[in-house]
Design a protein around this ligand. Structure first.
Ligand code: G3H
Ligand code: 13P
Ligand code: ZN
Length: 308
């Protein structure tokens, strides 16, 4: 199966009350780990590439790795998506380079400026068959080009106006999640009333949840037991993600949990084998840790096993 745009994936997910996992990719081992989990679970999957990932690995390398993965298991529907596209130009480059979905992130702009840049991307993407995700509202925390100390939750009426005026295909909403490993100081809390209000005003429309890593405590403990310092890291409880998936959230973004899986595994390996220095020795279990984490998430959080 060639790379596809997520239209059908999201329509099926919306109807079935489950979500598609969108996993950030930065290198070969991460792509292999995610793809073997998706194959094993027979699940559709979104591989997403941030501006930082493009800079680190290079778009051409990532696309060739994805191509290799598709040829190994052509039965899995795969989308390649630009995550947090900072500009029209980067979205255009990704569309021209074969991405089947892009996100234009104008969440740091004014409402009107966000509409203008999103519409410009939609006008370029749609004639080329490419899906466009946009964002309205701000997640607290630090993204590569967007910094916000406070959450600015998505307003349901503005969301409707935004979708109508831009023609964007899916919308990332701010309901209390944030990027990174430190999501909640006190009790974990998401604004489900707001999510419900947005969903009611946009029936059938796919919503997206960013900042949706669960920060599994076994990874945090393993990092810290082997010399790391990631104390106090906390993510979104899995039951909240499942609830969001049943309320119109069709795409759930995960990056931090991949970083933690890789780092916990490598830290342990280095401590247990201080004499080893062949990268294949420590990257093999790291790749396996990504696979196990992603497979588990597909089964117990996304609910997308067997939907390929
Ligand atoms: O939302 C941000 C993603 O976790 C990507 O992070 O920009 O450091 O690659 P990055
Ligand atoms: P996490 O930091 O929670 O993994 O969020 C990733 C994300 O939203 C990528 O766009
Ligand atoms: Zn994000």
């Amino acid at each position: 199966m060639p790379l596809i745009n997520p239209k059908q994936m999201f329509a099926d997910a919306y109807a079935g009350g489950y979500a598609i996992g969108a996993f950030n990719v930065n290198n070969m081992e991460i792509i292999q780990g995610i793809m073997s989990a998706a194959s094993e679970e027979k699940s559709p999957v979104i591989l997403q590439v941030s501006a930082g990932a493009r800079k680190y690995a290079g778009q051409a390398y990532i696309m060739k790795l994805v191509e290799a993965a598709l040829s190994l298991d052509p039965t899995i529907p795969v989308v390649v998506h630009l995550d947090h596209g900072p500009s029209f130009e980067m979205c255009r480059d990704c569309i021209d380079g074969g991405f089947t979905s892009v996100m234009i992130d104008g969440s740091h702009l004014s409402f009107e400026e966000n509409i203008a840049v999103t519409k410009k991307v939609v006008d370029y993407a749609h004639p080329r068959g490419v899906w466009v995700e946009a964002e309205l509202g701000k997640l607290a925390g630090i993204e590569e080009h967007v910094q916000s100390a406070e959450h600015v939750y998505t307003d349901p009426d503005e969301a409707v106006q935004f979708v109508e005026r831009t023609g964007c295909d899916s919308l990332a909403v701010a309901i209390g999640t944030s990027h990174g490993a430190y999501k909640f100081k006190g009790e974990a809390k998401l604004d489900f009333e707001r999510l419900e209000a947005i969903g009611n005003k946009l029936p059938g429309y796919p919503l997206v949840l960013h900042g949706a890593s669960s920060v599994p405590q076994e990874f945090v403990e393993q990092c810290n037991a082997y010399g790391g310092k990631v104390g106090g890291a906390r993510g979104v409880p899995e039951d909240m993600l499942r609830k969001a998936a049943s309320m119109g959230v069709c795409k759930i973004n995960v990056d931090t949990d991949i970083r933690l899986a890789v780092t916990a595994s490598i830290r342990k390996y280095f401590t247990e084998h201080p004499e080893h220095f062949d990268p294949r020795q420590y990257l093999t279990p790291a790749r396996e840790a990504v696979k196990e984490m992603v497979a588990r998430k597909i089964r117990t959080v996304m609910g997308s096993s067997g939907k390929a």
